[in-house]
Design a protein around this ligand. Structure first.
Ligand code: 0X9
Ligand code: ZN
Length: 403
């Protein structure tokens, strides 16, 4: 009888356990060269001294075991990702409802444009692969009827990566903050009146909504492209053209750092490219990501610095901003090489002073990609001054060298 129960239990559990697994891994990586070797296969979530840590999908776990078995210190199954159905809703898991869904971002942008018609414009920079509008908001009080004057522009982008939900909250809160304080704070009025501020809080809505579908987080990173071998997703932060495919990204579609079949193969990255190219006044760009509390600047795809005066500008800006948010300023490739990211493209082809912020938390032991709604306000507060500083210096980034 006992044996029968056991067999039935096993049968039913295998019948229902049809999910895929993520794995927690810890590898020894003594320097940035080793980290860059690893980053060709997996996304490194966190770097501490001579170790790297990540939660990886099954494909990347197999690659790690094949290629880096000697460096694997510890690894174990982490979480089963159960399939979702068409009936599942796009809602955050309970406790995290304060985070905005795609629909709530649309509602918020519409509310802001309705409340502040003279200072705002709703933007649609393109469509995602699943057909969602890539929406944003332009904030400007500049009176420029004949387009006679060049108004300095700045762009804030969120959620290239699906699971980095906090990277949506900071830019959407920034939009509200600028508008709510326009008539209360002379500095903000002055900035808004003399800049064009473009905010696109959710560059990857398909991925972000897939990540919460059925009210269950899935540690999803990429967009939702259907790849030729049946896997899903391209890493949007490996899909930009500058230095595309030259390190720290994978040609394997199942990898979390899949670069895509060609540069700008994805409608989401193409939309950012076309939008930025169409707005030649954009001098500064900030792409929000999570996590680790870092301020990163180019190059990300090679170890060389950008050199010259621009190098000094990047360093000065990053150091100044780090005094407010206490994030660590560093060149992106110091972390690990990753080619095809937003900032290498923005700086390398458009001369835009582009930063990647890795927002809170600092480590995976404080929640990693899922730190909970309690961090939203603090993270925004920590980044208000850096954001205002960038808006201010979008007029002339080189001016930071004068003081
Ligand atoms: O790997 C990325 O795309 C970014 N980190 S994240 O954890 N948000 O995925 C960092 C990109 C910065 N570029 C380089 N490290 N080269
Ligand atoms: Zn990211």
């Amino acid at each position: 009888m006992k044996a029968l129960v056991l067999i039935l239990t096993l049968l039913s559990s295998t019948a229902f356990a049809s999910g895929t697994w993520t794995y927690w891994v810890h590898l020894k990586a003594k320097d940035s060269k080793t980290r860059s070797e690893i980053s060709k296969f997996i996304h490194i979530d966190q770097v501490i001294d001579d170790s790297v840590y990540a939660v990886v999908n099954e494909h990347d776990y197999k690659e790690l075991k094949k290629n880096f078995s000697k460096l694997l210190v510890d690894h174990h199954p982490y979480k089963e990702i159960l399939p979702t159905t068409d009936m599942d809703e796009f809602e955050f898991p309970s406790g995290d409802e304060k985070f905005h869904t795609y629909q709530e971002i649309i509602d918020k942008i519409k509310e802001l444009t309705r409340t502040y018609p003279n200072l705002t414009e709703e933007l649609t920079i393109g469509n995602s692969l699943e057909g969602r509008n890539l929406i944003g908001i332009k904030i400007s009080g500049a009176k420029n009827p004949n387009n006679k004057f060049f108004i300095p522009g700045i762009a804030f982008l969120g959620a290239h990566h699906a699971r980095e939900h906090l990277s949506v909250e900071v830019p959407i809160m920034l939009a509200s903050y600028l508008l709510e304080n326009y008539n209360k704070d002379a500095r903000i009025k002055n900035l808004v009146d003399n800049r064009e501020i473009f905010i696109v809080p959710m560059v990857n809505p398909d991925g972000a909504m897939y990540d919460i579908k059925g009210k269950k987080y899935k540690s999803w990173r990429k967009n939702r492209a259907q790849n030729r071998n049946g896997t899903s997703g391209v890493d949007l932060n490996r899909n930009y053209s500058f230095g595309w495919g030259t390190g720290g990204s994978s040609t394997s579609p199942g990898s979390d750092v899949f670069m895509g079949p060609k540069p700008f193969s994805e409608p989401e990255t193409l939309a950012v490219k076309e939008f930025v190219e169409a707005h030649a006044n954009i001098r500064v760009l900030l792409s929000f990501h999570t996590f680790s509390e870092l301020i990163l600047y180019p190059w990300g795809g090679k170890y060389d610095g950008v050199g010259g005066k621009d190098q000094q500008v990047f360093e000065k800006m990053a150091q100044t901003m780090s005094k407010w948010n206490r994030y660590k300023p560093q060149q992106a490739s110091d972390l690990y090489i990753a080619s095809g990211d937003t900032c290498d493209w923005a700086y390398g082809t458009q001369n835009i002073f582009c930063f990647t912020f890795e927002l809170s938390p600092k480590s995976m032991w404080n929640g990693g990609f899922y730190p909970g709604a309690k961090v939203i306000d603090k993270t925004f507060q920590a980044n208000v001054n850096p954001a205002l500083y960038l808006i201010e210096h979008a007029a002339d980034p080189y001016a930071v060298l004068n003081n």
